[in-house]
Write a protein that binds this ligand. Structure first.
Ligand code: GLC
Ligand code: GLC
Length: 820
């Protein structure tokens, strides 16, 4: 069953009923102020950091589902005239869940519009965050479609979070006493803790003079009542409560009279403000919030022309971003994802790493080192300046050993000590993101940019030195088979071979009971070869030929070690455990074959020449592939194994224990494309493509416009059900797989390469790619069943598949590609 449809012209996904299997969300904001919003207006907002500077409350894992949001209530003040109509309702369906006559939610790029009609009152709320501002706009449009006048009351309401979202949900003995607000000129200011060490506050404002307000939750809801039926909305008036402690909220009351056919707009603002430490109060010495900085901003955005202007600017911004790669292919699902939704999801993962979604609470994790580096692979062409800064931020959390903090806090940009380091794959990913950035931009100077280690001033070294240490970190930690030691875990966070945890509640990721000198990872070995090859190319481009040789030799040695101890006969092994026994081998009872090394080793070129790559990928096909995607390993672990850690803690078929961990699927697509099997690559691509799964919405359950981290594997009773949508490395890797390897439009150090490995049935495709400031109009035609590409560039046949960087003043290049 479908719950909506793609509107490609507007770049929107349109949800046609509110009761989607799970809340289907969108993100607002792409700079510093952010919001999550569901199709029924649930969600929350934060400034920069979802944990430390949370503006509004949201309760995860709640019943009913998805309550806490940006709510507006409409009330029929003339109700005695229409006794058969409901007294009040939510035009976004939640939280009253009053049945609506019409409902439609449009999630667009950076905005969401929820439209509905009930009893002849049409309402539309457009939510977005203007570029460059730390505020969100809720633009409400009401239309009276009745043939009689309507008297309505409008009540917007939000519940404030007392900033630190974790403390807010736990430290009640303090928090019930600290809430503070001010209400001035109709604007509600939330200023809890402003009296002491905070210099920021939130505000809520409206383009009309409110007839009343409420800032104390209980005054609005009434004792023992919920958001579905606030006592004040029932009563039709607010009491102007001022919160002292308890739960500060912002609710307002606006009365609206609408003649038949009349349309009326109201603008609401929820925003974040900050004052310098020495200028917090006005007058100085008082305890009154200094509003001089924020009032002009509020006044500006309460004007409808400014609202419209900033909305158009937001649209233009996104048009520019997605315009960097547009394709017209024979397959609508490819087009949906490449042109709009996959690239949009890439921006979300860039912004939030794995911190804030409907599955990530915003309080658990900061920015992941390996995650963010991989996210960059899909992002570098979008906003290269931001990618550059992110790379430098990540490098600054690298440790002098070459290892890395596994995570850092976005607010402080400091490594997170609770989790620490020791995930031995981490540093390698930095090389991949840097390589991707340079291939995209040609900005070789990045390598000379100084970056500190462990955030310590005085330890600056050129970024290139960080890459060298990344490689060295692995070479300093080889195990008995000459393969890299795994440490706490490699890419698979749940393969914890040094953990041996038998105590409930212990963190699998940070508990270490073994000295870590035995357990090795074939995955890291493959990744090492892949990364070392990149670095060889980089070193050669910098004329460091001796170094290129040294690294090349290290890669060759590693390859040898893989063939000696990492090949199982028909596929690559996964690892060696603390007893020196193989994991991911036919010798094992369970977990005989894992997807990760098959993908990464082939991507590194292992076995491409000698046929073993093909063999490994055929094993994936026969042993791991399902119609819903490729599972992580087989057979699933049926019990908890002390020596394997978290992977065996999950019930079979879920997450790392044989779930379809979507992040890894594009590695296989890339590997298949590398050995020339376009049909297979594309087949795998479609199996997990969310748009292609739209028709099975009841099974898939998550949004059909973004990838989910996991789809339940064949061992799970809910095989095919997706979970953990939005924040996953799946976004960047699928984008890379489809755009760079299947469509084959690939940035290189020397220019744009076009080497498609498309399905045999495709007769070609068209694409526009903006690359280093030049627009490439690409027309691909299939002439024969193979993957040989012949390129005609501006009318001239060229050798090979890489188009040289154009002379400076070129703005457009025409490319015809003939495949045979
Ligand atoms: C999660 C983590 C990622 C890890 C993956 C596999 O997606 O964010 O870092 O590689 O799980 O365990
Ligand atoms: C759990 C998850 C894994 C994730 C990790 C992050 O282990 O299974 O996917 O990467 O938590 O801490």
């Amino acid at each position: 069953m479908k719950y909506g449809y793609f509107d490609d012209e507007h770049r929107e996904y349109v949800i046609t009923r509110p009761d989607t299997p799970l809340p289907w969300i969108n993100y607002l904001g792409c700079e510093e102020y952010f919001g999550i919003i569901s199709n029924t207006a649930g969600g929350y907002s934060f400034y920069k950091d979802a944990r430390l500077q949370r503006l509004t409350r949201y309760r995860y894992n709640n019943a009913p589902l998805d309550v806490g949001g940006r709510y507006i209530y409409l009330r029929e003040d003339g109700n005695p005239l229409y006794p058969d109509r409901p007294l009040f309702w939510s035009p976004t369906w939640q939280p009253t869940r009053q049945q609506l006559d019409r409902y439609e939610c449009r999630h667009g790029l950076g905005y969401t519009t929820i439209r509905s009609t009930l009893g002849g009152i049409e309402s539309s709320i457009r939510y977005f965050i203007p570029l460059g501002e730390s505020l969100e706009i809720w633009e409400l449009t009401l239309v009276n479609q009745r043939d009689q006048p309507a008297s309505l009351s409008v009540f917007p309401a939000v519940e404030f979070c007392l900033w630190d979202a974790l403390d807010d949900a736990a430290n009640f003995q303090r928090n019930y006493s600290i809430g503070e607000v001010e209400v001035v000129d109709g604007v509600i200011y939330h200023k809890t803790e402003y009296r002491e060490r905070r210099n920021h506050f939130a505000y809520f404002a409206c383009s009309e003079e409110p007839a009343g307000f409420e800032t104390q939750r209980e005054a609005f809801l009434g004792p023992y009542r919920g958001w579905d039926s606030p006592a004040a909305v029932v009563a039709g008036g607010l009491s102007n409560s001022i919160a002292h402690g308890w739960q500060p909220i912002a609710a307002q009351h606006i009365r609206v009279q609408l003649n038949p056919g009349e349309r009326h707009k109201i603008v609401f603002l929820l925003g974040y403000g900050e004052n310098p430490a020495g200028d917090k109060f006005d007058p100085p010495g008082s305890q009154t919030l200094n509003k001089r900085r924020v009032v002009p901003v509020i006044q500006r955005y309460l004007r409808q022309d400014e609202v419209e202007k900033s909305f158009q600017a937001l649209r233009a911004y996104w048009d520019g971003l997605v315009g960097k790669l547009q394709v017209t292919s024979p397959d609508i699902h490819t087009d949906h994802m490449v042109n709009i939704w996959n690239v949009y999801q890439v921006m979300a993962t860039f912004n939030f790493s794995r911190s804030a979604s409907y599955f990530e609470s915003g309080i658990g994790r900061g920015m992941g080192f390996r995650d963010s580096n991989q996210d960059l692979l899909g992002f570098v062409h979008l906003v290269p300046e931001r990618a550059r800064q992110r790379i430098l931020d990540l490098a600054a959390t690298q440790l002098p050993s070459g290892g890395a903090y596994h995570q850092y806090q976005p607010l402080t940009k400091r490594g997170n000590n609770d989790v620490g380091g020791g995930f031995n794959d981490d540093p390698l990913w930095l090389v991949l993101s840097v390589a991707a950035y340079i291939k995209e931009t040609g900005d070789w100077e990045l390598l000379d940019e100084p970056a500190v280690y462990d955030n310590q001033p005085g330890t600056e070294q050129p970024l290139y030195n960080h890459l060298q240490r990344s490689i060295q970190y692995i070479l300093d930690r080889l195990g008995p088979h000459g393969l890299p030691l795994i440490g706490r875990a490699d890419w698979n966070d749940c393969l914890n071979l040094n953990c041996f945890s038998d105590t409930p509640g212990q963190s699998f990721q940070t508990t270490t009971n073994k000295d870590g000198k035995v357990a090795e990872s074939v995955f890291i070995a493959g990744l090492f070869v892949l990364v070392a090859k990149e670095l060889v190319e980089i070193a050669a481009k910098r004329q460091s030929f001796a170094e290129a040789d040294t690294i090349g030799n290290a890669a060759a040695e590693m390859e040898k070690a893989v063939w000696a101890a990492g090949w199982d006969g028909e596929w690559f092994r996964r690892a060696y455990d603390d007893f020196g026994d193989p994991i991911g081998s036919r010798q094992c009872q369970e977990g005989q074959i894992f997807i990760e090394p098959q993908g990464i080793c082939v991507m590194a070129g292992l076995g491409v020449e000698n046929g073993r790559a093909r063999q490994a990928l055929d094993s994936v096909y026969t042993r791991l592939a399902t119609s819903h995607g490729i599972v992580l390993q087989q057979p699933a672990y049926s019990q908890y194994y002390l020596h394997l850690g978290e992977i065996s803690s999950y019930p079979p078929g879920y997450k790392e224990n044989a779930g379809i961990f979507c992040h890894t699927n594009p590695w296989i697509m890339i590997a298949e494309a590398m050995i020339g099997r376009g049909d297979r690559a594309y087949d795998y691509y479609l199996r997990i493509n969310p748009s292609a799964r739209e028709e099975i919405g009841d099974l898939h359950r998550c949004e059909p416009y973004v990838y989910a981290q996991m789809i339940a594997g064949r061992d799970a009773p809910t095989h095919g059900e997706a979970k953990n949508s939005w924040l996953t490395g799946t976004a960047a890797w699928n984008y890379v797989a489809i755009s760079q390897w299947i469509l084959g439009i690939r940035p290189t150090y020397d220019g744009l390469e076009i080497a498609p490995v498309i399905p045999v049935a495709w007769d070609g495709f068209d694409a526009v790619r903006i690359y280093r400031g030049v627009r490439y109009n690409i027309h691909v035609v299939r002439k024969g069943p193979g993957n040989q590409a012949h390129l005609i560039v501006d009318g001239q046949a060229i050798q090979g598949t890489v188009i040289n960087i154009s002379p400076k003043d070129t703005s457009e290049v025409q490319v015809s590609v003939y495949i045979s």
